[in-house]
Design a protein around this ligand. Structure first.
Ligand SMILES: [Zn+2]
Length: 280
């Protein structure tokens, strides 16, 4: 009887949490080149997979990412949007941003436009007004060697299940938990914990409740990683936010901190995000 009562209470709590959750619908844009070739090889079930992984973290933060299936997929021909520019090709990145924002302006404002490319393996987004879409590679074009199940994947490389969750963080105004400081200059002061960030136009974290993070490139991959332990970098002991969605450590289950939740909420007051989930 006591177990039944507990089960009912847990069920009611789950229903209450679901009712409190803000729904964030997405619109998947399956890209191809201008002539219709090189169609992004993304499938409905892969988008569900990415949305499910995102919701494992985002529902705890009070948001449910909603993808309804085929009716939430549109096809668009654009060689520019279907191609990830090379790292230092700034003109091409700017062209992508202009074209991407133009397309976003033509799409329903109540959904997050998520562009799926055929070319490139990286994903990106940025805050309201700057980048009003998420650009992702196709699921099969991602690779994460550090995954807990990587050994069972071809070439020790699994699809990056948490990539969409991370890029959504950028879309809602979150910066990385780490900076680009070289490892031999990493200190607790310059690794994070400042109030500068995306809103100030620089790359550092803009919230204060993630621990200083020297970044995944500086923190060696050891058994301590993903067990939330301390790691020495440049002679300093760091305890980075191993599980944070905006880190590159890829430890599961991922987390969003209270300050990050505040930043997400703040971004929803921006005109480019304020109608999400609010249209019929
Ligand atoms: Zn990122």
């Amino acid at each position: 009887m006591k177990r039944l009562k507990t089960a009912i209470m847990l069920l009611m709590l789950a229903l209450w949490l679901a009712a409190c959750s803000t729904k964030i619908p997405i619109l998947a844009v399956q890209l191809s080149d201008d002539d219709g070739t090189n169609v992004a090889p993304i499938t409905k079930s892969e988008i569900y997979e990415w949305a499910d992984y995102a919701n494992r973290t985002w529902e705890d933060a009070g948001y449910t990412i909603v993808f309804k299936g085929q009716s939430d997929i549109v096809k668009v021909r654009s060689t520019v949007l279907n191609t990830q520019p090379p790292d230092n090709a700034y003109d091409q990145w700017e062209l992508y941003r202009i074209a991407g924002n133009y397309l976003a302006s033509l799409l329903p404002p109540d959904r997050v436009p998520v562009y799926f490319r055929q070319k490139g393996s990286g994903g990106w987004s940025w805050g309201p007004g700057d980048t009003n879409y998420v650009s992702l590679p196709s699921y099969a074009n991602t690779c994460i060697a550090k995954s807990e199940k990587a050994k069972s994947c071809p070439d020790g490389c699994c699809p990056n299940n948490t990539l969409f969750s991370h890029e959504l963080g950028h879309y809602f105004g979150l910066a990385h938990t780490f900076t680009d400081t070289p490892c031999d200059q990493a200190t607790l002061n310059n690794a994070d914990g400042d109030r500068f960030g995306q809103l100030a136009g620089v790359s550092e974290d803009d919230i204060t409740d993630t621990a200083p993070d020297p970044g995944a490139a500086c923190a060696p991959t050891t058994s301590i990683q993903c067990k939330e332990g301390t790691v020495a970098v440049n002679g300093t002991g760091f305890n980075p936010p191993w599980r944070n969605i905006m880190s590159y450590h890829d430890c599961l289950p991922e987390q969003i901190t209270p300050d990050q939740i505040k930043a997400i909420k703040y971004s929803l007051s921006h005109p480019w995000r304020s109608r999400l989930g609010k249209e019929d």
